[in-house]
Design a protein around this ligand. Structure first.
Ligand code: DX5
Ligand code: ZN
Length: 218
C-alpha cells in the first residue's frame, strides 16, 4: 500500500494544529516531522516540545526524520515525545547498528535515511533489521528544493536490493516531490511519499486528494 507523509516543515506554524486536523481528515497515513540540528544540516527546525504538543491532538503515525548528529543521544526523548517511526541518517551515526537496536528496544519502527550521494551498499548488513529505508531525493536541510534526477535510479536499485535480500521494508522518498513528478518515484518503487510544499501550498485537502488519486494507479 502506498502511503502519504505530509511534512509539517512546510506548514503554517501559526495554525499548525488546524492544518494537522485537515491532514488527518483527508486520511494521509503519516505525519512527517523533520528535526534539524544546525550541525548535520545547515538549518534548525524544531524538536521534542513541538512533537509532544501536537501528539496530544493527533492519532496520525508520527514519522520522525532526524537530521541530527549522533541521534542515539535522543531516541528515548523522541519516543517520550510521541514518535512512532524514527529514521536516522547513516551519515550521522558512528554506530548505526546500536542506534537502530535502541530504536527497536523502545518499541518503535526504525528507518535509515541516505543522502543523495551515499551508496546503497552502506545498508547491506543492516537492511534486515529495518522497517524503512528513506532515499533522500534532495540534499537534506530545506523544504522546497527540486528533486535530483539521479535519485530515481537509486530508488529502483533500492527496490531490487529489498527483493534480493528478502527484506520486507518500506521505501520512503523525501524532497521535491509534487503531483507532477510523483509518478516517477512510484514507478521506481517507492511506497511512502513525503511531501511538504506540494501538500501545504494551496488547499491541503485537495492536494491530498490529488496525491491519493495518483496512488490508486499503483
Ligand atoms: C528536507 C526534508 C523534507 C522536506 C520536504 O530536508 O527532509 O522532508 O520537508 O519538503 P518538500 O516536499 O517541500 O521538498
Ligand atoms: Zn524529511
Amino acid at each position: 500500500m502506498i502511503k502519504l507523509a505530509p511534512s509539517i516543515l512546510a506548514s503554517d506554524f501559526n495554525i499548525l494544529g488546524e492544518q494537522i486536523r485537515q491532514i488527518e481528515n483527508a486520511k494521509a497515513e503519516y505525519l512527517h516531522i523533520d528535526v534539524m540540528d544546525g550541525s548535520f544540516v545547515p538549518s534548525i527546525s524544531f524538536g521534542m516540545p513541538l512533537i509532544a504538543s501536537i501528539r496530544k491532538n493527533s492519532k496520525l503515525i508520527f514519522d520522525v526524520h532526524l537530521m541530527v548528529e549522533e541521534p542515539i543521544r535522543y531516541i528515548k526523548d523522541f519516543k517520550e515525545a510521541g514518535a512512532d517511526i524514527i529514521t536516522v541518517h547513516t551519515e550521522a551515526c558512528t554506530h548505526l547498528h546500536r542506534t537502530i537496536s535502541l530504536i527497536k528496544e523502545n518499541g518503535l519502527k526504525a528507518g535509515v535515511a541516505l543522502n543523495p550521494s551515499t551508496p546503497l551498499n552502506s545498508l547491506e548488513y543492516i537492511i534486515r533489521d529495518l522497517d524503512m529505508v528513506l532515499i533522500m531525493t534532495v540534499n537534506p536541510g530545506f523544504g522546497g528544493q527540486s528533486l535530483i534526477p539521479a535519485t530515481l535510479s537509486k530508488i529502483k536499485d533500492m527496490k531490487e536490493m529489498a527483493i534480493r535480500t528478502e527484506a520486507s521494508i518500506d521505501i520512503e522518498v523525501d524532497g521535491g516531490i509534487m503531483i507532477s513528478n510523483v509518478d516517477q518515484v512510484l514507478q521506481a518503487g517507492a511506497n511512502v511519499i513525503v511531501s511538504g510544499t506540494s501538500v501545504f501550498n494551496g488547499d491541503i485537502t485537495q492536494n491530498i486528494v490529488e496525491f491519493k488519486k495518483k496512488f490508486q494507479q499503483y
